[in-house]
Design a protein around this ligand. Structure first.
Ligand SMILES: Nc1ncnc2c1ncn2[C@@H]1O[C@H](COP(=O)(O)OP(=O)(O)O)[C@@H](O)[C@H]1O
Ligand SMILES: [Mg+2]
Length: 397
């Protein structure tokens, strides 16, 4: 066994949320889009923002991070925040990260000008607008000041950046989770900046219901963004996703093992990393043969269980788990909420179980009256961890 240690240590694959893959394959279109956008901003031409949507484990976060580094290489000022259902947290993150993006600006004179905007906005008192601050001041109103400050800040910064052929790019992950207050503000601000020909753009990533969430927040959101569905990889990209890192690490996969891996992963990026890592570990030959694929399977499934499914499953309440179990029983794909509710204890508790599963991002609303799992192949996992369905009926029907 000792001889395997150095080989395992060279394993290039590594499944994990937001971890950059050894080869980011099949996303050229999105990366080029970002490149083009920055080039246009440099020429002071307007753009739309970008919205990436798709299932969990499909590669949205790593793509978003890669896009951000492209924007930075092209001298855009960038900010990255994680969305929160708590409005206060989102505003705090914005007011913390915006100054950081200013601090990162390379040119000292530009940095100073943009920094001046920040201190100016900080010094404004909004009392004259009839907005009062105070601890007992709750609800939407209490964030009015934040909303004004945010808009003034972004506007001022963008005026300076534009003169320097740059722009402000805000990257937000899990955008579907953002509280509607700051979400609506940000969409409105991008809209208004666009009307003034100022370069402020949101580049967001989220679950498949993200386009719907945005449209619900602001009806004109549809026109402001370029929507890109981030989907499974095709066979050619999938092969490359396995073979390029293996070859670069000195141990390619044999043709047969590669074909099997492509089938097993079904083009899901998280699966590529898990099967790649497990198969690599299961072999000490070069090239890596079919036997290793078979030997590594159970480790790959373990990686998927722990990385993708288990923590989400544990987050669900008992009612939530029952809801998931009924969904898994009905179909691997989208299911009608009415069909789930009919099998649930009561319609009311079905609705509240559904709402909290959606809030936790385990499922998403997939078109009118339907929900679906947000993690690929979650139905199989649910059937595996909860094999017997307890009778959910209340017995009277
Ligand atoms: N294009 C890709 N090619 C190969 N592996 C990828 C690709 N995109 C993502 N991955 C891998 O898949 C896993 C999930 O990626 P992540 O960006 O966290 O997905 P999401 O944000 O959609 O849930 C990570 O281990 C990542 O390295
Ligand atoms: Mg992610």
């Amino acid at each position: 066994m000792e001889s395997q240690t150095p080989l395992q240590a060279l394993n290039p694959f590594m499944p994990g949320a937001g971890l950059q893959p050894p080869a980011l394959v099949g996303r050229t279109g999105e990366l080029e889009l970002m490149d083009r956008m920055a080039a246009r901003t440099k020429l002071r031409l307007l753009n739309r923002g970008i919205m990436l949507y798709g299932l969990r484990g499909i590669g949205k976060t790593v793509l978003l991070l890669r896009m951000r580094s492209i924007a930075e290489q092209r001298h855009m000022a960038t900010i990255k925040i994680e969305a929160s259902a708590d409005a206060g947290k989102t505003y705090d993150a914005l007011f913390r990260e915006i100054p950081m993006s200013i601090a990162r600006i390379g040119k000292p004179d530009l940095r100073e000008k943009v920094g001046g905007v920040f201190s100016h906005v900080e010094s404004i008192s909004f009392d004259f607008m009839g907005v009062k601050a105070g601890a007992d001041f709750k609800g939407k109103e209490s964030f009015r000041t934040e909303s004004y400050r945010l808009q003034l800040l972004i506007e001022g910064i963008c005026r300076e950046l534009r003169k320097a052929d740059s722009g402000l790019y805000l990257f937000v992950d899990e955008l579907q989770e953002m509280n509607d207050g700051p979400l609506g503000d940000l969409i409105t601000i991008q809209h208004e900046m666009g009307q003034q020909n100022l370069p402020f753009y949101i580049i967001g990533a989220g679950l498949p219901d993200l386009p719907g969430v945005l449209a619900k927040s602001r009806s004109y959101a549809e026109r402001l963004f370029e929507y890109r569905e981030i989907d499974k990889l095709d066979d050619i990209s999938t092969r490359k996703g396995f073979q390029e890192p293996a070859r670069n690490s000195g141990r390619p996969f044999s043709d047969d093992s590669l074909s099997q891996l492509v089938d097993l992963s079904q083009g899901y990026p998280y699966f590529i990393q898990a099967y790649g890592a497990a198969t690599w570990n299961a072999s000490d030959s070069n090239p890596i043969g079919e036997d290793a694929v078979a030997k590594g399977k159970s480790e790959a499934l373990r990686m998927l269980d722990h990385g993708l499914y288990m923590s989400r499953w544990q987050k669900a309440t008992e009612a939530g788990r029952m809801y998931l179990r009924i969904m898994a029983d009905l179909s691997d794909g989208p299911v009608r909420t009415a069909d789930v509710a009919r099998r649930f204890r009561s319609r009311g508790s079905a609705a509240s179980a559904r709402a909290s599963l959606i809030a936790d991002g385990l499922i998403y609303s997939a078109g009118y009256g339907q929900v679906a799992f947000s993690v690929p192949r979650m139905a199989e996992f649910v059937r595996r961890v909860m094999p017997e369905v307890e009778q959910p009926y209340d017995g009277r029907r």
